[in-house]
Unconditional design. Structure first.
Length: 229
């Protein structure tokens, strides 16, 4: 029987440390498959701005300088999943972070007749990642990205895109900070890797190669999920 396009939303989770390219790959998947990337920060800000019940609850907590609870994040996500722009599916970024959150997310999606179709882990080599992140900088005017080793402006000190003459680096883009972030990521994410692997939804993709090669690997994974036999 020929494959048909599924009408059920496809829900993905992208796992990967800072600098692994999650944002870049998520944008490419959005364009290729009509999915929508949902980060925890964007979800909360959107709910607060819209004045939804969950957004108002989040605003109260955030205004008090406290951390938003899992219950509120899930309530915000529940509201957002009803959006008509999510008909084709979502790419979750930054949530879940713990096994407890993953279980709660599964329950939420199941109530909507949905599930996490794939948790895609972007695998990195720590030392190479440290070099990648520690060497990056951007144009202060337009945000165009550069790197000490991989992508320097054609003319030193001048942005190729806008001609700006001021470059900047994030204060936390240094080897020591990146190494600490990687250690924390591995410790926090290990339970999620095990959780989704046990459910047969984990896929690992090397994130150390060319962006287009990584994108092709992800396209192949997502392409299969958007088809039903």
């Amino acid at each position: 029987m020929m494959a048909e396009t599924t009408t059920r939303p496809v829900n993905l989770i992208l796992l990967g440390p800072p600098g692994a390219g999650k944002g870049t790959q998520a944008r490419m998947l959005e364009e290729a498959f009509g999915l929508v990337q949902l980060s925890t920060g964007d979800l909360l800000r959107g709910a607060v701005a819209s004045g939804t019940p969950a957004g108002l609850a989040a605003k109260t907590v955030m205004d008090a300088g406290e951390l938003v609870s899992d219950e509120i994040v899930l309530a915000v996500l529940k509201e957002r999943l009803d959006g008509p722009d999510l008909a084709k599916g979502t790419i979750l970024d930054g949530f879940p972070r713990t096994e407890a959150q993953a279980r709660a997310l599964d329950t939420l999606l199941a109530a909507k007749g949905q599930k996490i179709d794939a948790a895609i882990s972007l695998k990195v080599e720590d030392e190479a990642m440290i070099a990648r992140v520690a060497g990056r900088y951007t144009c202060a005017a337009c945000g165009e990205g550069y790197h000490d080793d991989f992508k320097q402006p054609r003319e030193e000190g001048m942005c190729d895109k806008c001609g700006g003459m001021e470059m900047k680096r994030r204060a936390d883009d240094n080897a020591e900070t990146v190494r600490t972030r990687l250690q924390a990521y591995h410790a926090q994410t290990a339970p999620l890797i095990e959780y989704y692997n046990a459910r047969g939804t984990l896929t690992e993709v090397s994130a150390m190669g060319d962006i287009t090669v990584i994108a092709a690997d992800l396209d192949a994974i997502v392409g299969k999920l958007t088809q039903v036999s």
